[in-house]
Design a protein around this ligand. Structure first.
Ligand code: PLP
Length: 415
C-alpha cells in the first residue's frame, strides 16, 4: 500500500461532530474535588477535537520522517503535509500553493506585515494602515516597521468596534502599500467590512491583509469572497493544536521571509516542518469546513438565548457590538454597578474572560472597548462569553443562572 493510500484511509474515517458527544467538556481539579467547568472562552482557545488528536498521533511515532527526505518515510510526511495544505485551502477558498504553514496567528501576522513592507529592500519607504481594534500581533509588527521609518496610520472604529470603509479610504496615502484590518474582533466579535476595504484598496494597487484568527471556523472566511491578498489563521482557535497556523499568500505576491535556511514552505518559512501539528491543522480545517453552517446556526441560537436571559435579568445590561454583525459565538456584556472580574471570581465553574486572553487585566487593557470609546465603568463590568462546539443548552442555561445570581449578590452588596 502506498503511503498516500494509508493517509486517505485514515482521513476518510473522520466525522464532523457537532453535538458535543465526543468532545469532552474539560474537567479541571480544584484543590480537593473535581469541578465540572462550563467553558465559555473559545475565543481564547479551543479544545483539540478528538479526531484532530487521532490524525496527529502516527506522525509522532511511525510516520516521523523528515518531509524533505526522498524515501518512503519522508514522502509519507510530505504527502500528509500536502493533504493538510489542500484541506486548509478548501476552507479558505484558495489554491493549495497559496497556503504557507507557520507557528500560529502571531507569526502569520508578522510575516504578512514585515514580509510585505520589507520585500523591496530595507531602504524602501512606505506607509501602512491598521485599525484601533487590532490584536497586538498586528499592532506590534506595525510599530516595529514604524521604528524602522515606515509610516503607520491607525484608523478609529465606531462605538460598535466597526471600522468604516470610508475611514480607511480617508487614511490612504500616495505611498500606502498595505492595509491590515482584522476580519473579526476577539473581544466583542465585530465583523469588519473586509470585502469593501479590499475593493477600495485594490482600486489603488494597495495590498490587503486580514487577521482572520478569530473568524476562520466561526464564519465564512473565504479569500475569494473577502478579496484579500493575505489572510492569517490560527490552529488553536478552530479545534486544532496550539503552535500552528497558516498564512494565505495570493499567487504571485512576493514576500520577504524572516526565517531563512533550507527553503521549506517555498522559501517563506525555513525549518523542518512540524508534520504532526500541520496534519492536525488540516484535520481541524476539514472539520470546520464540514460543520460551518451547522455551527453558525446552533451557536448563534444558543448565544442569543443567553443574551436574552441576561438582558431580562439585569436591568441596564449593555451588550457590546449589538448593532453590527458579530461572530455568532461571541457575547460581550457589561453588568452595571460591579466588576466583571468580581462576577467571574464568584463563579469558579465558569471559565470566561474579562478581556482578551492576552490581557486578562481588563480594567486597564481592553484595547477594543477603549477604542470603542466605552466608559471606564462599563469596561469594568464587562465579561466576554464565547461559545463553541461543546457548549450545550443545559450548560448555557446554568451559566446564565450563575451569572444572574452573582450579579444580584454583588450589586446588592455595593448598593
Ligand atoms: C485576533 C487575533 N490575532 C492573533 C492572535 C494570535 O494568535 P496565536 O496565539 O496563534 O499566535 C490571536 C490570539 O488570541 C487573536 O485573537
Amino acid at each position: 500500500m502506498r503511503s498516500s493510500d494509508l493517509l486517505s484511509i485514515q482521513f476518510a474515517s473522520r466525522k464532523c461532530n457537532l453535538n458535543g458527544s465526543k468532545l469532552q467538556d474539560p474537567i479541571l481539579r480544584s484543590s480537593d474535588k473535581p469541578v465540572k467547568k462550563i467553558y465559555l472562552d473559545y475565543n481564547a482557545t479551543t479544545p483539540v477535537a478528538p479526531s484532530v488528536v487521532d490524525s496527529m498521533l502516527s506522525f509522532f511515532t511511525e510516520h516521523f520522517g523528515n518531509p524533505s527526505c526522498d524515501y518512503s518515510l519522508g514522502r509519507a510526511s510530505a504527502e500528509a503535509i500536502e493533504e493538510a495544505r489542500s484541506r486548509v485551502a478548501c476552507l479558505l477558498g484558495c489554491d493549495s500553493d497559496e497556503v504557507v504553514f507557520t507557528s500560529g496567528g502571531t507569526e502569520s501576522n508578522n510575516l504578512a506585515i514585515c514580509g510585505t513592507l520589507f520585500r523591496d529592500g530595507p531602504a524602501a519607504a512606505g506607509h501602512m494602515v491598521i485599525s484601533s481594534v487590532e490584536h497586538p500581533a498586528v499592532v506590534e509588527p506595525a510599530r516595529f516597521m514604524e521604528r524602522l521609518g515606515y509610516g503607520v496610520t491607525v484608523v478609529e472604529c465606531d462605538s460598535n468596534g466597526y471600522v468604516h470603509p470610508s475611514s480607511i479610504e480617508a487614511a490612504l496615502q500616495k505611498d500606502t502599500r498595505l492595509v491590515s484590518i482584522m476580519h473579526a474582533n476577539n473581544e466583542v466579535g465585530t465583523v469588519q467590512p473586509i470585502r469593501q476595504i479590499s475593493e477600495i484598496c485594490h482600486g489603488r494597487d494597495i495590498l490587503v491583509h486580514t487577521d482572520a484568527s478569530q473568524s476562520v471556523g466561526k464564519i465564512s472566511a473565504r479569500v475569494d469572497e473577502l478579496g484579500v491578498d493575505l489572510l492569517t489563521l490560527a490552529g488553536h482557535k478552530l479545534y486544532g493544536p496550539k503552535g500552528v497556523g497558516a498564512l494565505y499568500v495570493r499567487t504571485g505576491l512576493p514576500l520577504e521571509p524572516f526565517l531563512r535556511g533550507g527553503g521549506q514552505e517555498k522559501g517563506l518559512r525555513a525549518g523542518t516542518e512540524n508534520t504532526p501539528l500541520i496534519v492536525g491543522l488540516g484535520q481541524a480545517a476539514y472539520l470546520s469546513y464540514n460543520c460551518l453552517d451547522e455551527t453558525i446556526a446552533r451557536l448563534s441560537e444558543l448565544r442569543d438565548k443567553l443574551q436574552q436571559k441576561l438582558l431580562a435579568g439585569v436591568p441596564g445590561l449593555i451588550v457590546h457590538a449589538e448593532k453590527v454583525e458579530r461572530l455568532p459565538n461571541t457575547l460581550s456584556v457589561s453588568f452595571p454597578g460591579t466588576s466583571g472580574q468580581e462576577i467571574l471570581r464568584r463563579i469558579p465553574e465558569i471559565c470566561a474572560s474579562t478581556g482578551s486572553a492576552c490581557h486578562s487585566d481588563f480594567e486597564s487593557h481592553s484595547v477594543t472597548l477603549a477604542a470603542m470609546g466605552t466608559e471606564a465603568e462599563v469596561m469594568r463590568g464587562t465579561v466576554r462569553l464565547s461559545l463553541g462546539w461543546n457548549s450545550s443548552e443545559e450548560d448555557l442555561d446554568r451559566a446564565g443562572d450563575l451569572l444572574l445570581d452573582a450579579w444580584e449578590i454583588l450589586s446588592t452588596q455595593s448598593a
